[in-house]
Write a protein that binds this ligand. Structure first.
Ligand SMILES: NC(=O)C1=CN([C@@H]2O[C@H](COP(=O)(O)OP(=O)(O)OC[C@H]3O[C@@H](n4cnc5c(N)ncnc54)[C@H](O)[C@@H]3O)[C@@H](O)[C@H]2O)C=CC1
Ligand SMILES: O=C(O)[C@@H]1CCC=N1
Length: 269
């Protein structure tokens, strides 16, 4: 593989680029970042040790990481696909854009479709991916090494699982941050300083996440260790259950999945 070219370096592209440049995954291929926003590109140039350019024509054996918004896929493809062919590898992180659309847009059948999440900035993400049968063994192995730098990696045989993973782990960090916001705001309302409220919310979410991972036990078990019968935690959980919050959260995750399934490259989608 000649070069690794990343198109779009925003909220999702940046953590991936950082992981690559930290030397955790791309021993062989230099990284080139293509970022259309001039101010963002200037900032990236000062932050990351790699070429950051406004446009780039790929060579026939380059691998392209696509991290633009789904609606920007076709304009991007129209600007570069005249230079592309069957030896190019596409690694997409875009929600909802199918391997069929990517193949058609970028004139190669070698497509790896992923859904990462933002904790990959600190190597603690999880990336779910699928691949077309045409992806070569070498490209598959190289991409696995690359994605491994971002955190855990799960390969799924069915592409439909990617939209579902989007509703769980792709969007998932936002659900956790939403809980952190509620904890922080309630602490402020109770009279804590903003700084203490931030610490209470952050350490509770981070500590619970770390404990969940360290213990490797069912979250229900861990929750019951906190919940004294008829105690303070039960008062909170009973309130949530009375309002069916668990079910409502599951409906919300499914709404994310449905949105992913409807996204595609269509600007009106
Ligand atoms: N933000 C997240 O947590 C996640 C995002 N994704 C996917 O990642 C993709 C990017 O999302 P974000 O990073 O959040 O968006 P973003 O808006 O932060 O970044 C997209 C970047 O692409 C650039 N861009 C647009 N057209 C371009 C072109 N032709 N050439 C070069 N650069 C171009 C924009 O200037 C922008 O900086 C989306 O498709 C999204 O579905 C997937 C998983 C999680
Ligand atoms: O909200 C979005 O559309 C993107 C995809 C997954 C997370 N963020």
């Amino acid at each position: 593989m000649a070069n690794l070219i990343m198109y779009g370096c925003g909220h999702m592209g940046f953590p991936i680029a950082k992981a690559i440049l930290d030397g955790r995954g791309n021993e062989a291929s230099p990284l080139i970042i293509v970022e259309a926003d001039r101010e963002k590109a200037d900032l990236l140039r000062r932050t990351l040790a790699c070429d950051v350019v406004a446009s780039h024509r790929p060579a026939p054996d380059d691998a392209l990481i696509l991290a633009v918004k789904p609606v920007d896929t076709r304009p991007l493809a129209d600007s570069i696909n005249h230079a592309m062919g069957p030896d190019n590898l596409i690694v997409s992180v875009m929600a909802g854009v199918t391997t069929a659309e990517l193949s058609e847009c970028f004139r190669t059948r070698q497509v790896i479709r992923t859904i990462p999440n933002t904790p990959c900035l600190i190597g603690q993400g999880i990336t779910v991916f699928c691949r077309t049968p045409e992806v070569t063994g070498a490209h598959h192995a190289h991409t696995l090494r690359l994605l491994g730098c971002l955190g855990q990696v799960v390969e799924v045989p069915e592409e439909a699982m990617i939209d579902k993973a989007t509703g769980i782990s792709g969007s998932g960090p936002a659900y956790v941050f939403y809980l952190a916001e509620a904890l922080r705001d309630c602490a402020v309302e109770m009279g804590f300083s903003r700084s203490d409220a931030w610490s209470l919310a952050t350490e509770t979410v981070a500590g619970a996440g770390a404990l969940l991972r360290a213990r490797q036990e069912d979250p229900t078990t861990l929750r019951h260790e906190v919940m004294t019968p008829k105690g303070t935690t039960a008062a909170a959980i009973d309130h949530l259950e009375r309002h069916h919050v668990g079910r409502i959260m599951q409906e919300a995750f499914q709404a994310s999945w449905q949105r992913a399934a409807s996204l595609g490259t269509n600007p009106l989608g």
